[in-house]
Ligand binder design. Structure first.
Ligand code: XMP
Length: 524
């Protein structure tokens, strides 16, 4: 294969970086950081074929870290075509060790595992560290280390623990770093990745929200032709942005169905109608199914049973409305890239429907072709696209909200009165957080939970016996693990006082100080 730097690239995705995954928890982050620098990047399983990895004609490759040791019997191997390829390669942690072992160097267990912050000093010989201070703070996480370099390689940076914190074969554009430039704990990590992209690979920075929108609009127009598209709007950011994008591409040939199941937060159903129909001019069919859902949920207290009831009824009501709209060929979904990576490992598999998505499992008589315009986008990119499409901040920055909505935050029996109580308390909590600047940044998910517990209190010299409300607020990057947010005490005091004073039927407020694990984020 021959490399053609600065070749003319018409397609937004060509000439980017292929990230090859060896099992690191940070692999997605590598691709995100590269895209933040304006270069398209996609993640591939190490077992993918050369044709698949090269389908967008990448300019360079990044090999991720991973939990294995290169000499383990089952250790993931370097894809064979990379031995020969003459485009630049950057190996990170396990990726660097793999490159070393594959090219004739030696890797061995380090006497000390290195985990956490470390200082490295680099030599002013390589473009990888161009423009950076001689001493850098980086984040390490590894057990093995390089003992001897392959022919043609030289050390580029050293740490206390190793003379080979970064290595390179400058002739052949092969580089390796023992640390993780993709994590925020490596403050110069983005600059190092930027040097790899622009000084070594000579990528053209052409990936941006505006470029994505132009590209997606023409793709949607080409795919849909003169046909019509149906979309289930949930009020969440992914379906909202998918809707706005498709609307820009095909206008009135998009029809959105919004099923109001009554389990939404305060003002949410009204916001959807206002933003999409009144202000956005979309064809929006708002279905008020609150009564149906409440009667189906009467007496249901077990959380899984609530989920199943809501899921089944949602599909039933959505299908009922969809059947009335004859002649629609496409169904759009707000699937995003992490859903694709998580369910397909490399994004290679055909169609992936969010397993928790409400319109998964439509009845057999409804045949739609799927369109997923955000399939290649990370959540932060979805937000940027939404912003560029002019969606209001309140929708773009909405925190994640479970499909079954407040049904799983209103523990015990559901009734309209209890849901209203929960909505009012939740609005006070999130309103105070927003005013303190802690809703959009600072907390990843914050909400109120109404407990199926009554306790005694004293209000205005009278004994009260009313419900308990829990506040939950967590910080997390990936929602797989989470810590409880250390909210300011005066904010918690204000929220508690306002809730017991303003929401009749609640006389006690507690704050959840459990991390995940062992607890989950939702209470259910
Ligand atoms: P847990 O409670 O398992 O939640 O720690 C992790 C994240 O997933 C969200 N969640 C859901 N999202 N449909 C969704 O779309 C669901 O049924 C569902 N259940 C939980 C939860 O809000 C948190 O962000």
């Amino acid at each position: 294969m021959t490399i053609r730097y600065n070749a003319v690239m018409n397609d937004l995705k060509t000439g980017g970086i292929a990230v090859i995954d060896f099992g690191s928890q940070y692999t997605q982050l590598i691709a995100r950081r590269i895209r933040e620098l304006g270069v398209y990047s996609e993640v591939y399983a190490h077992s993918s074929s050369a044709a698949h990895i090269n389908r967008h004609r990448p300019t360079g490759y990044v090999l991720s870290g991973g939990p294995s040791s290169v000499y383990d019997v089952d250790a993931p191997q370097l894809p064979a075509f990379l031995h020969e390829v003459d485009r630049p390669i950057l190996g990170i942690c396990y990726g660097m060790q793999l490159l070393t072992a594959a090219q004739g160097g030696e890797v061995a267990p380090a006497s000390q595992r290195e985990y956490g912050p470390a200082a490295i000093s680099h030599k002013p010989v390589s473009p990888l560290f161009s423009g950076l201070d001689a001493e850098l703070q980086v984040w390490m996480s590894h057990g093995d280390r390089i003992e001897s370099l392959p022919p043609g390689y030289r050390p580029l940076a050293a740490s206390d623990n190793s003379p080979f914190a970064a290595i390179g074969d400058l002739e052949r554009n092969r580089y390796g770093v023992q640390f993780h430039p993709e994590v925020r704990h490596s403050p110069d990590g983005s600059a190092i990745l930027g040097n790899f992209l622009f000084r070594i690979c000579r990528c053209a920075p052409k990936w941006s929200a505006a470029a994505f929108i132009d590209d997606a609009v023409s793709r949607i127009q080409a795919q849909v032709g003169g046909e019509r598209v149906l979309l289930a709007l949930s009020g969440g950011v992914d379906s909202a942005v998918a809707g706005a994008l498709i609307h820009r591409a095909i206008g009135e040939r998009l029809t959105c169905i919004f099923v109001d199941h009554g389990m939404l937060r305060m003002g949410e159903a009204e916001d959807v109608a206002r933003v999409f129909r009144d202000e956005g001019g979309m064809n929006l069919l708002a279905v008020n199914a609150v009564e149906d859902f409440l009667s189906a949920l009467a007496g249901v207290t077990e959380p899984e049973a609530k989920r199943k009831t809501i899921g089944a009824l949602f599909v039933e009501r959505f299908a009922e409305e969809a059947r009335k709209l004859q002649g629609i060929r496409f169904l759009a979904q707000g699937t995003i890239y992490p859903d694709v990576i998580e369910s397909a490992a490399d994004g290679a598999s055909a169609k992936t429907i969010k397993s928790h998505h409400n319109v998964g499992g439509l009845p057999a008589d409804l045949h739609f072709e799927l369109i997923e315009p955000l399939r290649d986008c990370f959540k932060d990119e979805v937000r940027q696209i939404g912003q560029a499409l002019g969606l209001p901040e309140a929708i773009i920055w909405r925190q994640p909200f479970p499909g079954p909505g407040l049904a799983i935050r209103c523990l015990g029996e559901l009734s309209w009165a209890r849901l209203e109580k929960l909505r009012a308390a939740d609005a006070i909590f999130t309103g105070e957080l927003a005013a303190a600047g802690l809703l959009r940044a600072g907390t990843a998910q914050s909400f109120a939970v109404l407990l199926p517990v009554k306790s005694v209190g004293v209000m205005g010299d009278k004994r009260s016996y009313e419900e308990v409300l829990a506040l939950r607020s967590v910080t997390t990057d990936d929602f797989m693990t989470a810590d409880w947010a250390r909210l300011p005490q005066d904010l918690l005091a204000r929220v508690s006082a306002r809730i017991v004073n303003e929401v009749p039927g609640i006389n006690r407020v507690v704050y959840d100080i459990t991390s995940k694990p062992p607890a989950t984020i939702e209470w259910e």
